[in-house]
Design a protein around this ligand. Sequence first.
Ligand SMILES: Cc1cc2nc3c(=O)[nH]c(=O)nc-3n(C[C@H](O)[C@H](O)[C@H](O)COP(=O)(O)OP(=O)(O)OC[C@H]3O[C@@H](n4cnc5c(N)ncnc54)[C@H](O)[C@@H]3O)c2cc1C
Length: 183
Amino acid sequence: MDVVVVGDGPGGLSAALFLAKNGLQVVVFGQDKTAMHWALLKNYLGFAEIHGSEFQKRAREQVSALGARIEDRRVESVEAVSDGFETTLDDGETIASRFLILSEGKSPRLAKQLGLEFNEQKGLETDRNGKTSMPGVYAVGRLARPGRSQAIISAGDGAAAAIDILSTIKGEDFADWDSPPES
Ligand SMILES: Cc1cc2nc3c(=O)[nH]c(=O)nc-3n(C[C@H](O)[C@H](O)[C@H](O)COP(=O)(O)OP(=O)(O)OC[C@H]3O[C@@H](n4cnc5c(N)ncnc54)[C@H](O)[C@@H]3O)c2cc1C
């Protein structure tokens, strides 16, 4: 697996969208328990108003259609190993990956498990692409900005992390741009 994404809110799903669309093998673990089910979005650009559950349904369909796997499973633990990361699920299965994206939402459990420092006000420290202090580990969305969490920001964070991973693999800056067919 190229990338394991922990968390199926807008942060994790947006990261998975960009990665899968550009040919990487990506799996998202989450049990559809995102805070989005309590949200009525009136501030997501492009939607005048949409229920968070409807947004999530569309997002999951879009991400799956682009080739990412979304699995209804809980991640028990994550560990850095010599050539990447080992993710252990609640049934004991382990998944190896080169990169790890944490989009855990309000709970920094796995981030703390990896030894990353979490500040209750500021969240997890990252650079502007979501990179944490641990090489290969990204943190996006509410996890990285607990007091300022917005769906559109989580989605943007996820996209930035994915673009950074794609740029790292390609060895140069990468932008995922498409154009309409010539009319
Ligand atoms: C009442 C309410 C109203 C809101 N209204 C708005 C609004 O109007 N506009 C707006 O922009 N935002 C709103 N929000 C905030 C919005 O819901 C969040 O900004 C958004 O959900 C954050 O997305 P995220 O992907 O960062 O994290 P989350 O959506 O929290 O997703 C994290 C996911 O990771 C999963 N997860 C965590 N640990 C594990 C693990 N170990 N294994 C597997 N899965 C795991 C969680 O179950 C969860 O599904 C509202 C929130 C609430 C509670």
